[in-house]
Design a protein around this ligand. Structure first.
Ligand code: SAH
Length: 464
């Protein structure tokens, strides 16, 4: 298939680590994308010509980059989760920082000061507080297994293979979350196999074991949510087993997912044992995390992020703050004690319920949370009811802010905007729309996700 377009490129110099974590070289003026190569490598690749570039597969490392390290994970290269484990951490940080500079220059085209040095993650492994595994009777079988000439057990419990809804890569150890999670996953898989329980087949729609979701907190809480297709006697026995086997799971929950897709956030939860939530602490604040609620996935780095928001915003006691995309109100509560009042907006209603409860649990009374789509509810009527804010904090999802939201922000004209983003490209696009009225004062990248190309970025905009 398409063989004629495939070429071998020898001694390709890898120059950059670009978008989506894929490294980049150049062959006769054409860009070559090489996953898993490291800038500084000289490599041989098998390349397929696409429209204006090559997509290549790494065949041989001729000269390893000085930035290369041995990836600790045995699943590295098959699992899409970490793309940069083979790159030393300092180099990863450098490329994250560069991603922001590139986006601001290429997409934003606005002036900006030198970036503050990226805040590195203290833990570069076991930093994630949330992970989801999928059962499948059609796990991805590795080439080296096939040559062993034995019948292969294809039942697996792991991560989806990118672009294949019905296949998972069986995971024996993931380094991104606390190790107890590996013990739990492996024990449950062994139990399921020993008892011959049917793994959910997303293609044939058979079986009943679907997903495991784990949430950890730095206070030592551990939530496990098991998703079943049907809650039958075998499911009940398995829950009983998990409960007996792992006393450290202090919030044991199951859901019944009869849908074809794996999304469980729209399903009611059933508490099997323990608490119906976990608790996270940051500074002197405590946050309740419900099974479906959003919470930053690297809590240590989230603390640095929130402290930077606080530092950038410099909220004064007589000031009103809007916290757009407030989630469970974390940022709002972080700045509330300095402010006259904070108004958070968020469209997921259960998150708003959590936000109010978090405010109450922390004895914070000067906050209000409004449920709704920011693009629709942020308008002059909203501002006349809530008051005109001196500061707007905005933390949108990857898609960035809706143009209507930006129009409203421009109409409100707050003195300061603190823009928190997990996607420098949309952040650059949005700031470009604000730049005629605002100046980029400070830029602070934060690394929340070591070994991935993802980067969080904070920008302080000051009214001109
Ligand atoms: N600031 C929070 C949450 C950030 S995640 C924190 O640090 O924890 C972004 C949040 O924006 C999510 O909770 C999502 O539900 C919400 N969201 C996304 N689009 C929205 C919209 N159009 N209107 C309101 N909320 C939205």
């Amino acid at each position: 298939m398409g063989k004629k377009k495939q070429i071998i490129i020898e001694n390709l110099e890898i120059k950059d680590a670009g978008a989506e974590g894929v490294s980049v070289g150049r062959h006769q003026d054409t860009v070559v994308f090489v996953p898993y190569a490291v800038p500084g490598d000289v490599v041989d690749v098998k390349a397929m010509k696409k429209r204006s570039y090559y997509h290549a597969q790494l065949m041989k490392i001729k000269v390893p980059s000085p930035h290369r390290v041995e990836p600790p994970c045995r699943h590295f290269g098959y699992c899409g989760g970490c793309k940069w484990q083979q790159m030393d951490y300092t180099t990863q940080l450098q490329y994250k920082q560069k991603q922001i500079v590139d986006s601001f220059i290429r997409i934003g085209k606005f002036p900006f000061p030198q970036l503050l040095p990226i805040l590195a993650s203290d833990n570069i492994y076991a930093y994630r507080n949330k992970i989801e595994y999928t059962f499948s009777p059609r796990r991805w079988v590795l080439e080296e297994e096939i040559t062993q000439n034995e019948t292969i057990d294809k039942r697996g419990l792991g991560f989806h293979i990118q672009g294949m809804f019905d296949r998972v890569l069986d995971i024996e150890k993931c380094h991104l979350h606390p190790d107890i999670g590996n013990k739990i996953r492996n024990t449950i898989k062994a139990y399921a196999i020993e008892h011959n329980l049917d793994f959910w087949d997303a293609r044939d729609k058979t079986g009943f074991l679907r997903n495991l979701m784990m949430r950890f907190s730095t206070c030592g809480d551990l939530m496990l949510i098991v998703a079943f297709r049907t809650y039958n006697e075998s499911a009940e026995k398995m829950m009983h087993f998990i409960h007996k086997q792992f006393p450290e799971i202090n919030s044991l929950i199951y859901v019944v997912n009869e849908k074809d897709n794996d999304v469980i956030t729209d399903l009611p939860v059933h508490l099997y044992a323990g608490k119906d939530h976990i608790t996270e602490k940051m500074n002197d604040l405590q946050f309740k995390i419900s099974p479906h609620a959003f919470f930053q996935t690297n809590p240590q780095q989230a603390l640095k992020l929130y402290n930077t928001v606080k530092d950038f915003a410099q909220v004064q006691a007589d000031e009103l703050v809007y916290d757009l995309y407030t989630g469970t109100g974390t940022i709002a509560l972080f700045v509330a004690r300095d402010a006259k009042k904070v108004v958070g907006i968020e469209y997921i209603e259960p998150a708003v319920v959590d936000a109010f409860e978090n405010a109450k649990n922390n004895n914070i009374n000067n906050v209000d949370f409004i449920a709704g789509d920011i693009a629709k509810i942020l308008n002059p009527a909203f501002v006349s009811t809530q008051g005109k804010p001196q500061i707007i904090i905005s933390d949108p999802p990857r898609a960035g802010m809706h143009p209507d939201v930006i129009t409203q922000i421009l109409a409100i004209e707050p003195e300061k905007i603190v823009y928190v983003s997990c996607n420098p490209a949309t952040q650059a696009r949005d700031i470009a729309m604000l730049i005629h009225k605002y100046k980029v004062e400070k830029v602070q990248p934060v690394d929340m996700f070591p070994h991935t190309h993802h980067v969080e970025n904070l920008v302080l905009l000051i009214k001109k």
